[in-house]
Design a protein around this ligand. Structure first.
Ligand code: ADP
Length: 727
């Protein structure tokens, strides 16, 4: 065994340390599941030497505590800030997330309820079905969120009589779940999900079972997903029988441990080495039966469906890349055709150890997870010193270098995680999955051009409204002097025009009105210039439509006639929402703003590179734009763009993909505060980089803080985006 000593050589060889960083000098703690029973002083020695600390908040986990303590960690008060790990039962408040030091970790990502709340999970997957093809995301049973979708459910019920399974939107352990065979059995005053019951599950020895898989995500930007090699298969305790008379028998239809342990037929297994006896089996015995590839596909798709929301929240609230990790419990049911269905994703999968097999699987998994996420051996009381040391090398000056250093860090981190992975298997990204989920076929390409055309139509229409407004104001203002607001607005439009005209394929000479002129004259000239710009812009859109017609495919993403109709009727703020939607979806406003040397392809990466001739530089700009975009994404993401629903005519049985308006105000308000503060940070950042844009940014922040999310915000946003990429 290793002697306890401060001699650096003995640290180098210690079984509890892996070395990280460019020159492999940063010690990271390695965990050993057996420590929990061995109580070995050597295993504790590293944690004790570095004074490692944890706190457990709003939950209780003997297993987590036991593993940490047996590795020399000590527990601190829930209010203390001197910790390496905060293990919490629910999401962290954003103001707490923001205070995390680079070495501190917390076991949840912000906003991961997008995956773990049953209603949000379903909505996110439904959105992916609409944008990437129903069949490609047919991974959850058909579901309706009630009471909002009661009518859709009744219509669907006429075609498919079920049975259907009712679940509260945010509950767990089988609580409140029951089967129904008619809409009349469903309460209308509760928020519930109605899901198609999978009535032909795969049976083992005539018993229904489902599979609990442990999925670890260490990053959402970029997305990194692992699955633990051991899962648990959980069995019902009464033999399965379709007959309607059994519909109320929970011990037959539900496989939750919490439900079945109450059954007199529950069989426990006291020997951890016997893995195929009793009501919980370890997954390895089932792997022959299961098609792991399909299950992994389902996991990746589910995580990807919540990626943008969670990654955005991380950008907003998490100060360091490595602060968050999360272990999800995926419940998967396999039907008699061997198709896996995702039933739900658990936020804090149970780590209780009621049987020796639980301890065997869960203790190894938690230890491997802690090793993989990598606790830097650092005394939390000395946080300041360490933070300084791990900052960027001062010799790295420009943005390109900084972003390259960041990319290198991500790569190194992924490589190091892989070395410490234990029983975790990385399922995304891998060379196969990276290609698979990135590749676009011809239809994808066509859909992209299609979307681009529609986004451009919406944008053109939006600009037309701005043009008309300027004209109307020029008439109304004939006698008045210009206010500061008028001047600010006009300056923004001028900057927009200058920048936008340079992106046109055809040269357009922009004549900007002199500030000596009267306000109405300036407004008239600007309106005229905007009109000219729209003319050229529309011509380019027509070219695209022609190229689109050449690709034969019936599957337009939105029926063009419906879309045209919508554009004509839409208000300025409706159009803003549509454009935000496209910007959000494409991760770039270039889908309608274009770049100088456009091709018919819409891959924003390619566009960036072609447009600049300086790929690396543009890469940096892209990520900066993305940052701004994501601020807006958060703002608009919480606002209910019901117009999109109008525009996209969702398939029957769906109610669009956005949040209902009743949840708007509280969330929108709290997010506006966050946005204002994030924007202020950006102002500082920009000022430090000597851009001359701070007045516009402060205008934008004023605009946001004045709580008027529509109006000119979108155009400010566009300008802001462009101004950032200008130099
Ligand atoms: P909870 O969070 O309460 O555990 P689940 O969605 O996991 O809710 O459902 C509990 C159990 O009910 C599952 O483990 C499974 O056995 C059964 N179940 C849930 N949904 C379905 C479905 N659509 N078809 C068949 N069985 C289901």
């Amino acid at each position: 065994m290793i002697s306890r000593s401060s001699n650096p050589f003995s640290l180098r060889c210690h079984t509890c340390i892996a070395w990280s960083g460019v020159s492999r000098k940063i010690p990271v703690l390695l965990f050993h599941a057996e420590a929990i029973v061995l109580k070995d002083a050597n295993i504790r020695s590293i944690g004790e030497k570095y004074n490692l600390a944890f706190k457990i908040v709003r939950t209780e986990s003997r297993l987590v505590r036991g593993i940490l303590v047996s590795h020399g960690f000590h527990e601190v008060h829930p209010n203390s800030n001197d910790f390496n790990l905060m293990w919490t039962g629910s999401h962290l408040k954003t103001y707490l997330l923001r205070t995390l030091q680079d070495f501190q970790k917390v076991n949840h990502f912000p906003r991961s309820y997008e995956l773990t709340r049953k209603d949000r999970l379903y909505k996110n997957i439904q959105r992916m079905q609409q944008t990437h093809g129903f069949q490609n995301f047919h991974i959850v049973p058909q579901t309706f969120v009630l009471p909002a979708e009661y009518q859709e459910f009744c219509n669907y019920f006429c075609k498919d009589k079920g049975p259907w399974i009712i679940k509260p939107v945010a509950s767990s352990r089988g609580r409140g779940i029951y089967l129904v065979s008619s809409p009349s059995q469903i309460p209308l005053d509760e928020n519930i999900l109605v899901s198609r019951y999978i009535s032909s599950p795969l049976l083992i020895d005539d018993f229904k079972f489902d599979v609990r898989l442990y999925v670890l995500v260490t990053s959402y930007d970029p997305i990194i997903i692992y699955v633990y090699e051991e899962g648990l298969a959980r069995f019902a305790t009464v033999k399965y029988d379709h007959a309607v008379k059994n519909i109320k028998n929970q011990f037959m239809h539900l496989t939750n441990y919490s439900v079945n342990k109450k059954s007199s037929d529950y069989v426990s297994c006291d020997d951890p080495e016997v893995e195929d006896y009793g009501n919980k089996w370890s997954m390895s015995n089932l792997t022959l039966l299961l098609l792991m590839g399909q299950i992994e596909d389902l996991i990746i798709k589910a995580v990807l469906s919540a990626e943008i929301q969670i990654a955005t929240a991380c950008k907003m609230f998490v100060p360091h890349r490595n602060n968050c990790f999360e272990l999800y419990g995926f419940d998967v049911l396999i039907d008699s055709n061997l198709k896996p269905w995702l039933l739900e994703v658990n936020l804090s999968p149970s780590l209780a150890c009621d049987a020796p097999l639980d301890l065997k699987v869960k203790a190894s998994m938690i230890s491997d997870m802690f090793s993989l996420v990598g606790f830097t051996c650092q005394d939390p009381g000395l946080k300041q010193m360490r933070s300084d040391k791990t900052g960027l090398d001062p010799s790295v000056k420009n943005q390109t270098q900084k972003s390259q250093v960041c990319d290198m860090k991500v790569l190194r981190r992924t490589q190091e995680e892989h070395e410490r992975r234990g029983g975790f298997i990385r399922i995304f990204p891998t060379p196969q999955t990276w290609e698979l989920y990135r590749l676009e076929d011809v239809r994808g390409k066509k859909n992209n051009i299609d979307k681009k055309v529609q986004a451009r139509m919406a944008f053109s229409s939006y600009l037309h409204r701005v043009q008309m407004r300027l004209l109307a104001e020029s008439r109304a203002n004939s006698s008045s002097a210009s206010s500061e607001r008028d001047n600010d607005q006009m300056e923004l439009v001028m900057r927009f025009l200058k920048r936008a005209a340079s992106n046109l394929q055809q040269d357009m000479r922009v004549v900007l009105p002199s500030c000596q002129l009267s306000l109405p004259d300036r407004q008239r000239i600007l309106s005229h210039q905007l009109g000219e710009f729209i003319h050229f812009y529309n011509k380019e859109t027509e070219q695209m439509v022609k190229s689109l017609e050449k690709i034969k495919d019936e599957d337009h993403c939105i029926n063009p006639n419906v879309f045209q109709e919508f554009i004509l009727e839409a208000s300025e703020s409706d159009l803003e929402e549509v454009l935000t939607f496209y910007t959000h979806k494409n991760k770039s406003a270039s889908v309608f703003l274009g770049t100088k040397s456009q091709s018919s392809e819409t891959d924003s990466n390619k566009e960036c590179q072609k447009g600049s001739g300086e790929p690396a530089k543009h890469q940096t700009r892209k990520s900066e734009s993305l940052e701004i975009l994501q601020l807006c994404d958060v703002l608009y993401g919480f606002v209910c763009p019901s117009v999109i629903r109008k525009a996209s005519k969702p398939r029957p049985g769906s109610a669009g993909v956005f949040k209902e308006p009743d949840s708007l105000s509280a969330q929108a308000q709290s997010n506006q505060l966050a946005i204002v503060s994030a924007l202020k940070k950006l102002v500082e950042k920009q000022a430090a980089r000597q851009y001359s844009t701070s007045s516009h940014i402060s205008l934008l922040t004023q605009h946001v803080s004045a709580q008027s999310p529509y109006g000119d915000l979108f155009i400010y946003f566009l300008l802001f985006l462009w101004l950032l990429t200008e130099n």
